[in-house]
Design a protein around this ligand. Structure first.
Ligand code: PXP
Length: 244
């Protein structure tokens, strides 16, 4: 299982003083160097953290960019221009602190189908950030997404053991269902150094997208080490390779 690192909050810190430091581009390369498979940037409609120049520059320097975005014409045009490796479509509300909940693909299958057709014409892999629900997964298949990203926020936000187990089972069953439909499966949101191991045990998930916990930990240990420690957790959940 791979790790994609979301670097939005490097831009949050930079924007706090309106200058150019710390640089999200620098952060992207430290994370890749530490073993991240992908860099995620969420270019929000209000540009509260990542800016157009950030994604333009990162996409010029590496192909390993996952552009997280609302299904908004202006942002889709930017995606068409910079052609990231993948685009993850998320719902977006101005007032939210972070993405809250998954996309309602079911209510917009034909609209997403058109968007996906456009993005796929540039060989961009399209992913839908959705709740672990069969009806949304089936809708994502019908809308011709390549991947789903399962929203792990409810799992991460549950504090009692029983509730976490229930959420884990939902995520596991959803991953299985999506794989059986021929969709690729990623997962993310709210994952940290305590709750990622159990998600990494789930068979068939391709990549975990993690941001806030890694960047928070990086304040104390540095970004390279923070990324490496998360990769170690993910890899420790993998069965050992038996050489014959
Ligand atoms: N995946 C998606 C679709 C997200 O919106 C976010 C948050 O921007 C993440 C993953 C990463 O979440 P976190 O920052 O809580 O690790």
């Amino acid at each position: 299982m791979k790790l994609g690192v979301n670097i939005d909050h490097v831009a949050t810190l930079r924007n706090a003083r309106g200058g150019s430091f710390p640089s999200p581009v620098h952060a992207a390369f430290v994370a890749l160097e530490a073993g991240a498979s992908n860099i995620t940037c969420h270019l929000r409609e209000d540009r509260r953290h990542i800016k157009d120049e950030d994604v333009r520059l990162i996409s010029r320097l590496t192909k390993r960019l996952n552009l997280e975005m609302a299904a908004n014409k202006n942002i889709i045009d930017i995606a068409m221009e910079i052609s990231p490796r993948s685009a993850t479509i998320v719902p977006e509300r101005r007032q939210e602190l972070t993405t809250e909940g998954g996309l309602n693909v079911l209510e917009g299958i034909e609209r997403y189908k058109k968007i996906n057709k456009r993005l796929r014409s540039k060989k961009i892999t399209v992913s839908a950030f959705i709740e672990p629900e069969e009806r949304q997964i089936k809708a994502a298949k019908d809308a011709q997404f390549d991947f789903i990203e399962i929203h792990t926020g409810r799992y991460a936000g549950t504090i009692d053991q029983k509730g976490m187990e229930t959420e884990l089972l939902k995520i596991k069953a959803s991953a299985r269902y999506a794989l059986d439909l021929g969709l690729g499966v990623n997962a993310g949101h709210g994952l940290n150094y305590e709750n990622t191991y159990d998600i990494a045990l789930i068979d068939g998930i391709y990549e975990l997208n993690i941001g806030y916990s890694i960047l928070s930990h990086s304040i104390f240990v540095g970004l390279h080490k923070a990324v490496k420690e998360m990769i170690e957790i993910i890899e420790s959940a993998e069965p050992p390779v038996i050489k014959r």
